[in-house]
Design a protein around this ligand. Sequence first.
Ligand SMILES: [Zn+2]
Length: 255
Amino acid sequence: MNSIPNDGRGEMNRADLTAIVDALLQLQENEVETTSIQSLLERVPDRLELFSTRLEDFKTRIAESETRMSDLQKGYRQHEVEIQSILARIEKSNEKLKTVKTNKEYQAGLHEIEDLNRLQSDVEDKMLECLEEIDEAESAAESERESFGTFSIQIEDEKVQLERESEEMQQKLRELLHQRELIVAAIDSGLLKKYEQVKEYTGAIAVAEVKASICQGCHMNIPPQMYNELQRFDRLLNCPHCERIIYPHGSLEND
Ligand SMILES: [Zn+2]
């Protein structure tokens, strides 16, 4: 690119002014793309972190269902101990029944054994329920482990993909920054300063086209006199509303 030393303030020919606006637009396009890539790159660590969090959450769920299963198994073993104790008490009561002297004692003994039998049956019911719950928990844990396998492969793929995208973006960013240096080198320093000031004022876009007397930066009407002057396109003008550097629609089409 040829150097464009003129800051476009003084009167100049249309071709030079076109080159100046063209360079500013290239700079603007470069910066918009750079900003967009930078903001995508900034989000990469959070996205990678999210992958780890999702895997950790999954592991926590598996650990929880394993804890639940071991609690159920522990409960089942406690019931087994309870049954042993009830059976021992039934045997003891049966022994006692053989030695009772009175009918009243005999009836009381029978009653005690009936109570113990009922207790045994209750505990056995609970054990059956417990076995069903263990079965359910086991198949839930199994299916969670299977899902985790698929999920972790998927996460790993997404992670690799993101890292690849991130490398591509970094490469693109280096290219853009290099390109920017070249563009900036060809722009007059005073004009560059003005461009930076306007950019600071407007946020991002410092150069705007004027189409049918409307500034495409702020969508306000350019006053007729200024619009006429803009049509001549023999010096750089700023939008009176948004301060953007403006150029008339169609002026860059004959490049
Ligand atoms: Zn404007």
